[in-house]
Design a protein around this ligand. Structure first.
Ligand code: GLN
Length: 472
């Protein structure tokens, strides 16, 4: 294995800063690896010999990055995994991406995803499924499966994705890497092609927690183009904790029992033992409304998407089908341009929002959302963090759940409650089950990213997970 592949992104950046590594060499190394990708992790790869003017003296050190397809990137295909945006090249760049570029990370590739981020396996992409580098007959998770698979396979050093109900944490878990969903509002959504605006949040995919902190540091911040972007109250620092002394971990019964695979629970318990050895106290607790998270999420997210996706009418961007008249063009474009899952959600969401049904569905789901947020508020009175397995199972076989949307939705059981509450959560790899990676989720109060990263750093060192087996 080559030396460059062994380096984390932070290590590569440090070498560039020290003058021991030429950023062009690093770029060409990863460009060639990305071009040789055989996991279908990318929807576009930059073929340039030298990336456009990027200042490697920035904190990201000229280390190239993969960007989920749905981030608008000027002049580069930004299709959100959908045929309806085929070859759409936006005239502007998303704030999050621009901030990464300004901090010295050149965009190497756009990564594959479920169409409009709807899915848990990346099988809903109009550009074909992405394969899991640990086992090519299995899914990488989703919706940001391309970003997760590429980082795990070492075809990009790091990447970003979005998480609406679990789309950063679940694929990170299934691919054996770190994925962080920041507090809602920490990172600007400007230029992120919208799925469910009250839930969507951008975050990093990395090999370790230090790399995750570096990316978050660069991405987070208020933005005049997104009134919901607050940034973080304190600068993101690089994690350095080596123990968990005085840290109180709450283990919610509802998310750590029924429905979770035995091998996943075994890894989870082993990590709790490590946490105790590092000085943490571990106590069982309750998030009584969390089991209703999926039901609420699968009303709120479709409702918001039905509104957000109304703009794809064949007039303004991307794909247009022929129709007899204007209405015919609209309907043909949407019929041909959207995949089955997107249509299912637009129909569900439109129904849930229709007059007479609003109170029964959307209004009620919002009330459940408030109750779930209240469960977390009460938990923070007693605990620093809530910990759970990230996903109920390991990576499943391609095609195993495509015919059963409800089975697919269950993947988000442990991640959706934090999304509804708007709180930050990280997934770190904590072992293998049947030879496949398992993720450990640490969730904390709003804006506790620095503390979450520190706790994850201490655990990561103790776990000593070796992800290099997935390098392609
Ligand atoms: N799997 C969930 C869904 O299909 C979450 C997706 C996401 O977080 N973007 O909606």
């Amino acid at each position: 294995m080559s030396d460059l592949l062994d380096l984390t992104a932070a290590e590569a950046a440090a070498r560039v800063h020290a003058g021991d590594l030429e950023r062009g060499e690093l770029w060409r190394f990863y460009r060639d690896r990305a071009l040789a990708d055989d996991l279908n992790a990318f929807t576009w790869v930059c073929t340039d010999d030298d990336p456009e003017a990027i200042d490697p003296s920035g904190s990201l050190g000229g280390v190239p990055i993969g960007i989920k397809d749905l981030f608008c990137t000027a002049g580069v295909p930004s299709q959100a995994g959908s045929k309806i945006l085929e070859d759409f090249r936006p005239p502007y760049t998303a704030t999050a991406v621009e901030r990464l570029m300004n901090a010295g990370a050149p965009v190497l590739a756009k990564t594959n995803q479920d169409e409009f981020a709807m899915g848990s396996s990346t099988e809903n992409s109009a550009y074909g499924p992405t394969l899991n580098p640990w086992d090519r007959t299995r899914v990488p998770g989703g919706s940001s499966g391309g970003s997760a698979a590429a980082v795990a396979a070492g075809t990009v050093p790091w990447a970003i994705g979005t998480d609406t109900g679990g789309s950063i944490r679940q694929p990170a878990a299934l691919c054996g890497i770190v994925g962080l969903k920041p507090t809602y509002g920490a990172v600007s959504r400007y230029g992120m092609i919208a799925f469910a605006s009250s839930l969507d949040q951008a975050g990093p995919f990395t090999r370790d927690t230090t790399d995750a902190a570096l990316l978050l540091q660069a991405m987070a911040g208020a933005d005049p183009c997104d009134s919901t972007a607050l940034g973080l109250p304190e600068p993101v620092k690089l994690p350095d904790a080596t123990d968990l002394k005085g840290i109180r971990l709450g283990v919610p019964e509802e998310l750590t029992g029924e429905g979770i695979e035995a091998g996943v629970l075994e890894a989870f318990r082993a990590t709790l033992d490590l946490a105790r050895e590092l000085g943490a106290t571990v106590e069982t607790t309750q998030l009584p409304h969390a089991p209703h998270g999926l039901a609420a999420y699968y009303l709120i997210a479709p409702a918001e998407c039905s509104s957000n996706l109304a703009r794809y009418d064949g007039v303004r961007y991307g794909f247009r089908a022929n129709g007899r008249d204007l209405l015919g063009m609209y309907t043909e474009t949407r019929e041909q341009g959207f995949g089955a899952e997107v249509k299912r959600r637009v129909m569900l969401g439109t129904y849930a929002l229709s007059s007479g049904y609003y109170d029964a569905y959307y209004g009620r789901a919002q009330k459940v959302r408030t109750l779930i947020a209240g469960d977390f508020e009460r938990a923070w009175e007693r605990f620093d963090f809530i910990v759970t397995p990230t996903a109920p199972g390991v990576a499943f076989e391609l095609g195993a759940k495509t015919a059963d949307p409800l089975a697919m939705y269950l993947n988000d059981y442990c991640t959706v409650p934090m999304s509804l509450a708007g709180t930050p959560a990280i997934s770190i790899p904590n072992g293998l089950s049947d030879g496949l990676p398992v993720g450990f989720q640490i969730a904390g109060p709003a804006f506790s990213e620095n503390r979450i990263l520190d706790a994850a750093h201490a655990l990561e060192r103790a776990i000593g997970f070796d992800g290099s087996r997935a390098f392609a």
